[in-house]
Design a protein around this ligand. Structure first.
Ligand code: SF4
Length: 176
């Protein structure tokens, strides 16, 4: 219990530092140093806590901007609708879903993401998002175990973003 309270305080401190850093930085720095440290700290704790769980108890949450903007397929209902054409990483995530039996949701917003987590009741969430959403999401979800992965804004914010499949698979490989 005491450990959890202490951890909550550390998360609060990090969260405040991220907000302060964001407020006073002159230009928008993608994934600021303090955010990276926070995510690294969080992910280390989460992996320690979750090393004994099965990969099938994992839910992966993705932002909609990961899907290619011109793709007409409705992967927000289910990523099974993806035809794996290779224009975005949704197809690679679908392969991970089949290989590790994880549950995956491409969420268009926080409400849908929360609904998905309520339904799937995962032991571990791997959440992909931009710095702002990821830090806030991990902080809000505490003490739920959420492993954070920054998405890559290779075409600017919220448009045809990218992610590291390698990083996500390395987490799944560490589990049972
Ligand atoms: S990989 Fe899937 S979601 Fe992405 S563009 Fe191709 S069909 Fe659409």
């Amino acid at each position: 219990m005491l450990k959890l309270v202490l951890l909550r305080l550390i998360y609060l401190l990090f969260y405040l530092l991220v907000i302060i850093a964001r407020k006073f930085s002159k230009e928008e720095i993608e994934n600021s140093k303090i955010s990276k440290i926070f995510i690294h700290f969080n992910n280390t704790i989460v992996l320690k806590r979750c090393k004994d769980i099965q990969a099938s108890k994992v839910s992966i949450l993705l932002p909609h901007c990961i899907q290619n903007y011109e793709c007409p397929l409705k992967v927000t209902s289910t990523i099974e609708n993806c035809k794996e054409c290779g224009r975005c990483k949704v197809g690679d995530i679908l392969k991970l879903q089949r290989k590790y039996k994880v549950k995956v949701k491409v969420a268009t917003g926080g409400t849908l993401a929360r609904k998905f987590l309520k339904e799937t009741k995962p032991k571990l969430v791997i959440a992909v998002a931009c710095e702002r959403d990821l830090i806030a999401g991990i902080y809000d979800a505490f003490p739920m175990s959420v492993y954070g992965v920054f998405n890559k804004k290779i075409n600017g914010p919220c448009f045809n973003t990218d992610l590291s499949i390698k990083e996500i698979e390395s987490v799944l490989e560490k589990l049972k």
